[in-house]
Ligand binder design. Structure first.
Ligand code: ASP
Length: 257
């Protein structure tokens, strides 16, 4: 039996004052993992809690676009090769659940109004998301987990970077830059989405050799220190870590933590 673990983050650039929502998310995920639940259920429960936390930039706390709208991105993937990704969806307080709804569909990525139309057809809750009035701020929430059966899962969710144009998509819902998962490692990124996407961050970290610490350090080292970036990861051999070049609310739970 594998030792379960979960890592949650509340976004590069956030400070310790935003830690409580990340701790609550990790505790909820750990509650599922420690009683034999799946990594998928654990990351979904964790990210839902962070989406519902108005201080974190995802779901309810999503930052506003240049036109005042709130458009949200989210993604979910598992180490057995499933993917769901939602981009620039509106009126959806918990986009991570809509993304999870795509894991078993013959299509895996939906954007904008098409994403919301599909969510309506499937009965996912629709409600205006007021978003955060924070004048600036980027950040994302994310979680990676491994369960006692050795299945890994990753979930990410964001309101993007404040003031970006309507329709803009950062790294968060993109397999490759914003997250990566295979049978060996699960990774999620946070920071300035344009820079992370250009560098194909998570995939480049995934194909590094070395310890998880060395691999995350390599990923952070790809960026000028003026560019906010952070990473969380879990490996099948039992490593769990988060690292950033800024503040990063982080919570890790396993049998020893
Ligand atoms: N990566 C997110 C984005 O660019 C924001 C962040 O994590 O800071 O949409």
């Amino acid at each position: 039996m594998v030792t379960p673990m979960i890592v949650c983050h509340g976004g590069a650039g956030h400070s310790a004052k935003d830690q409580p929502g990340v701790d609550a998310a990790a505790d909820a995920g750990w509650g599922i993992l420690s009683t034999g639940g799946s990594a998928l259920d654990a990351v979904l429960a964790a990210v839902e809690i962070m989406e519902n936390d108005p201080v974190l930039n995802a779901g309810t706390g999503g930052r506003k676009r240049a036109d005042g709208s709130v458009q949200l991105d989210a993604a979910v993937a598992t180490s057995d090769g499933k993917l769901g990704s939602i981009m620039a969806i509106e009126d959806t307080p918990n986009p991570v659940h809509v993304a999870a709804g795509l894991l078993n569909e013959p299509y895996h990525i939906l954007v904008g109004q098409g994403a919301r139309d599909w969510a309506d057809q499937q009965g996912y809750p629709k409600a205006k998301v007021e978003g955060s009035d924070s004048p600036s701020g980027n950040d994302t929430v994310g979680s990676v987990a491994i369960d006692e059966n050795g299945l890994m899962a990753v979930a990410t969710s964001t309101g993007g970077c404040t003031g970006r144009p309507r329709g803009r998509v950062g790294d968060t819902p993109l397999w490759g830059p914003g997250f990566w998962i295979d049978e060996e490692v699960a990774l999620a990124a946070t920071g300035i989405g344009e820079d992370i996407t250009i560098k194909m961050l998570c995939h480049r970290v995934a194909i590094q050799t070395g310890t998880l610490q060395q691999r995350l350090e390599y990923g952070i080292s790809l960026f000028d220190p003026s560019i906010e970036v952070g990473l969380i990861g879990i490996t099948a051999k039992g490593e769990a870590l988060g690292l950033a070049n800024t503040g990063l609310p982080l919570a890790i739970r396993s049998v020893n933590q």
